[in-house]
Design a binder for this molecule. Structure first.
Ligand code: 5AD
Length: 346
């Protein structure tokens, strides 16, 4: 097993069946520890002891889609909906800038109330006020023309998880109206427009198999994203997947480590979902190759409304105000949080 890990460390690639063996390593085994150690070593070769932070602004929990796993799906009438105004969003970035954020991630449900013009105005104004900051959009599937307009307005990056690279699995997680092909078209468009692109998938999503995970890794190799976000699936009680099993902590950690070895230059967040299933989850992610954290910078009164899954963490180290806690967590594992845009190394 050690040889497989060394091979992956050196060559960034191994064959499917070796990959499966690494994914399936036993929790807390010697081999798993070795995998984590090599991933940490690779992270330090490329990004030293730096941890990048992104201020996450959750624009709106209105969504026109009905992804089966997601708590803010359109048909969920039991939740309170909110939408931030342009001025509220700008206030978040002003506050975030003072706290040391140099990347702002505008994330939201697919809310048709924001026109392309609105998004462009917001992006333009953030870039005007904070020319030293990167703006990341994460607002879902759009046309090529929309993506182009956002880019021209100054957006630097775009996050859109592919969710699963297997079409039949994709269809089990999404309503018929949504298509695997359109998802992948979006990612290809974003790449061709010159965005720094982030993709990713949920670990332990319903019906996911080992083959699906391997297909996800192979798809990512083709896409060559700058950022890869993964986190455990967590059921939401008001969705069709309310009774499905939560994704596994150690499986997520092993996949972060494998991603670090396959994609040494990638920006890998230790996600809120990971921090939500274990009190030390986010710190553990940083200890196995992740190098990014995205604390919540949304206005306090809406922060607990953006519930895509149950028990989502949004206080302490998950909150922008909790940056001191985050710094301490990073220091405990020998890392430091830096004030930096944190672009991917090429
Ligand atoms: N559990 C974990 N992750 C989820 N996401 C959506 N719903 C859930 C859930 N129930 C992830 C999806 C989406 C990202 C914003 O959050 O992968 O792309």
């Amino acid at each position: 097993m050690k040889e497989l890990i060394d091979k992956l460390y050196k060559e960034r690639n191994i064959e499917n069946n070796a990959l499966c063996q690494l994914i399936a390593l036993a929790d807390n085994s010697q081999q798993e520890l070795y995998l984590f150690e090599k991933a940490r070593q690779k992270k330090e070769e490329i990004y030293q002891d730096k941890i990048y932070i992104r201020g996450l602004i959750e624009l709106s929990n209105y969504c026109k889609n009905n992804c089966l796993y997601c708590g803010i799906r359109a048909v969920n009438t039991s939740i309170e909906r909110y939408r931030l105004s342009k001025e509220q969003i700008l206030d978040c970035t002003r506050y975030g800038y003072e706290l040391g954020f140099r990347t702002f991630v505008l994330q939201g449900g697919e809310d048709p109330a924001y026109s392309d013009q609105d998004i462009c105005d917001i992006v333009r104004q953030i870039k005007e006020e904070h020319p030293d900051c990167a703006v990341t959009l994460s607002i879902g599937e759009k046309t090529y023309e929309s993506y182009k307009a956002y880019k021209e307005a100054g957006a630097d990056r775009y996050l859109l998880r592919h969710e699963t690279a297997t079409e039949s699995h994709y269809q089990m997680l999404h309503p018929e109206k949504m298509s695997f092909k359109n998802r992948q078209r979006c990612l290809a468009d974003l790449k061709s427009l010159g965005y720094q692109v982030g993709s990713g998938f949920m670990v332990g999503s319903p019906f996911q198999t080992m083959e699906h995970i391997v297909a996800d890794l192979r798809y990512l190799q083709q896409l060559e994203p700058d950022m890869i976000g993964i986190g455990p699936f967590i059921p939401h009680h008001q969705t069709p997947f309310a009774d499905k099993k939560q994704g596994d902590l150690h499986l997520t950690l092993r996949l972060i480590a494998i991603l670090r070895l396959m994609f040494p230059n990638a920006l890998l967040p230790s996600t809120t979902a990971l921090g939500s299933i274990h009190p030390e989850g986010r710190k553990m992610g940083l200890g196995c190759g992740a190098n990014v954290v995205m604390p919540n910078l949304s206005p306090l009164d809406v922060r607990n409304l953006y519930k895509i899954y149950d028990n989502k963490a949004y206080v302490n180290a998950e909150a922008a105000e909790g940056i001191a806690i985050l710094k301490k967590e990073a220091e405990e594992i020998g890392y430091k949080v830096v004030i930096d845009r944190g672009d991917a190394k090429k």
